[in-house]
Design a protein around this ligand. Structure first.
Ligand code: ADP
Ligand code: MG
Length: 574
């Protein structure tokens, strides 16, 4: 794999970065190191803390490591592998970009970095002593990945040491950081130990994101919060929102993320709170875990030293989108909360004017909930009347099975298979209509390839363009990926390309090679399916209705199956 190389930022670019001292306490060290591990593509990250961080902090990952020739550069201020050009600064997709964190950590601690790339046969260590200013690089041993250790933090800077709080307090801050970061990346396993004792362990989740929500927010939040999934105007808001019954006396469970980055942004806090109208008394704070995803080029995170605030090109639009979506989520959940209001969900459509009154032109799509509450017979009938297709969702095992009711039968739907089907269908449809939308990659991805693969890429470049894939052979054995089909934007580009390269030699034999290639590419979107899980049930049912499948059928192999009440009872009787 390609290891991104570190370069020193040109002075003009460095001067445009909102520089600042990032290390104000041990938790800030942990935050910066976690960011680096995530940027390095790690699957497992372990944070080991000794003495509340006063004595030692170490973060180890199994990411791509640092190229042996760049190790010393990593410690230099404004040296980064993540930003090269002015245009990158306008559209930051990595967590880091200033190339300052390691330098700042090294300046206030005894610093040790051990790293090994996948391709190299040995690891290297770099140590730095802030008192003597000595740097040493030596061969070392470890498997692929990087460990950064900061010991005796602030020992050499007595003025700062004074501000270190008790071990317990500092450790509490570290725990908070790990929890927030863990909620930004469900697919990474995080471990936190204190004085060699395990404190937190979050296993990577695929279909069961709610398990991490339960680990971090508690089981009762996981069971009672409202799954959120809305999309409008290129923005997506997803996650879990606690209703007023889950509100707290502190604002400590307001987790928000923009494009996977932990942010603490007043505009967002305000937008979320505003959705509650007056239903939260002063002094009560909502609890939530919300991800806002959008095109990074319309955001600016280069505004605050710790990158925790964010600017949006359209602040108002973002505010309204959050406000309206969450209001709708709360209203819908409230109206489904049977026995409390007695309302029927059918009201939802009547409530639409309420948010149109907001004067916003946003079209919010209610994208499905897990209906946990048992719905009464009349209400089900009421609901059924409004839904064609596969019926009304009753419950779901996140990411796996959706249970719906249709007339008097029950339908079991395979979530993943259905999601994949929708994707394959859309890819094929767009291809047939010659309307495949391309998503240009802001920073082209380079992939190593053999000569024969490069030849095939050149030979079929036109065909590849028609399926939304822009590839160039940039030098011997290196292919650059400039764009991928927009529908596959969640896919891992390297996996995508590997799949395509494996298929290219067979292209001559296919009657419709474009279609075949798209089907192959759809397999690369595992993460897409994962993202969509945990929410979006109604959206998925609607999407399935929009495909060529006849959802009126009772069964569709591998995707859904209808069971009558008799068949269900028989399962128990047998
Ligand atoms: P930034 O993250 O802003 O680039 P840092 O000072 O945090 O700056 O890191 C400098 C560089 O060191 C990074 O750009 C990256 O190339 C490399 N690096 C740091 N930590 C890791 C890690 N855990 N794995 C791989 N590379 C790393
Ligand atoms: Mg960094």
């Amino acid at each position: 794999m390609d290891i991104p190389r570190i370069v020193e930022l040109p002075a003009t670019l460095a001067s445009q970065i909102a520089a600042g001292e990032v290390i104000e306490r041990p938790a800030a060290v942990v935050k910066e190191l976690l960011d680096n591990s995530i940027d390095a593509g790690a699957a497992h990250v372990t944070v080991a803390v000794t003495d509340g961080g006063h004595k030692r902090i170490s973060v180890s990952d199994d990411g791509h490591g640092i190229h042996p020739s760049d190790i010393e550069l990593a410690l230099r201020r404004h040296s980064t592998s993540k930003l090269n050009m002015q245009s990158d600064l306008d559209c930051i997709t990595s967590l880091g970009f200033r190339g300052e964190a390691l330098a700042s950590i090294a300046a206030v601690s005894r610093f040790l970095l051990v790293t090994r790339t996948g391709g190299s046969d040995s690891a290297w260590s770099l140590s730095f002593d802030p008192v003597s200013g000595n740097t040493a690089v030596n061969p070392a041993a470890r498997s692929r990945g990087t460990t950064v250790e900061a010991a005796d933090i602030f020992q050499a800077t007595p003025a700062r040491r004074k501000f270190l709080r008790s071990r317990t307090t500092e450790f509490l801050h570290i725990t908070e950081v790990v929890k927030r970061v863990a909620c930004s990346r469900f697919n990474i396993t995080f471990t936190l130990t204190h004085d060699n004792k395990p404190v937190l362990r979050y296993r990577a989740c695929r279909d069961d994101m709610i398990e991490r929500v339960a680990d971090v927010f508690g089981r009762s939040f996981a069971d009672r919060s409202i799954p959120v999934n809305y999309e409008a105007q290129g923005m997506r808001l997803w996650g879990w929102l606690g209703g007023s019954d889950l509100s707290r006396s502190q604002s400590d469970r307001q987790f928000c993320f923009v494009n996977g980055r932990v942010v603490r942004d007043k505009k967002i806090f305000h937008a979320v709170r505003s959705a509650f109208d007056d239903s939260l008394p002063t002094g009560r704070y909502p609890a939530y875990l919300l991800h806002l995803d959008m095109d990074p080029s319309v955001t600016d995170i280069n505004v605050h030293p710790t990158k925790s605030e964010i600017r949006f090109r359209d602040n108002r639009g973002v505010h309204d989108f959050i406000h309206i979506s969450l209001r709708e989520a709360l209203e819908t959940a409230g109206s489904l909360d049977l026995g409390v209001t007695g309302d029927v969900p059918g009201k939802r459509s009547e409530s639409a004017p309420a948010y149109q009154d907001q004067g916003s032109r946003l079209q919010v799509r209610e994208a499905g909930m897990f209906y946990r509450n048992l719905v009464s017979r009349e209400q089900q009938d009421d609901l059924t009347a409004q839904h064609a297709g596969l019926g009304v969702p009753l419950n779901a095992i996140p990411g796996r099975v959706v249970i719906t009711q249709r007339d008097h039968d029950y339908v079991l739907l395979n979530y993943r298979a259905a999601t994949e089907y929708v994707l394959r269908y859309r890819l094929k449809r767009d291809y047939m209509n010659e309307s495949v939308r391309r998503r240009p990659l802001l920073v082209p991805v380079h992939i190593e390839a053999g000569d024969s693969e490069a030849e095939l890429v050149e030979k079929y470049s036109e065909l590849l363009e028609t399926i939304g894939l822009s590839l160039r052979v940039v030098s011997a054995g290196v292919i650059s990926v400039k764009a991928i089909p927009a529908l596959l934007e969640e896919a891992d580009v390297r996996t995508l390309l590997r799949l395509v390269l494996a298929e290219l030699p067979l292209v001559g034999e296919d009657t419709d090679p474009g279609e075949k290639l798209l089907a192959v590419m759809a397999q690369a979107t595992d993460t897409g399916a994962e993202r969509a899980s945990g929410s979006g049930v109604q959206g998925l049912l609607d999407d399935l209705d929009g495909t060529d499948l006849d959802t009126a059928q009772r069964h569709h192999k591998g995707i859904w199956r209808t069971l009558t009440v008799e068949e269900l009872s028989k399962l128990i009787d047998d």
